[in-house]
Design a binder for this molecule. Sequence first.
Ligand SMILES: [Zn+2]
Length: 83
Amino acid sequence: MGIQGTVNDWRKELLDMLNELSNEGVTKVEWLTAQDEVVCPLCAKRDGKKYTIAEARKELAGEFCKPTDPDDRCRCTFLAVVD
Ligand SMILES: [Zn+2]
């Protein structure tokens, strides 16, 4: 396991982020990728899409991110959506 971690580490980070937002009262998030050429096709499909916290958690199931460069990692983040 390299310093970049694994899909399980990224998932944990993103789930932590969702939990924090949820604790702050956020119910919807916008999925943001790093928006560069290294973003994996799986995450690119979600860029700018809005999800409820529950939907976002579901998106993170399984191998949700597959960087094309093995040295790369998931750099996705969530933006709180205020209705
Ligand atoms: Zn990603």
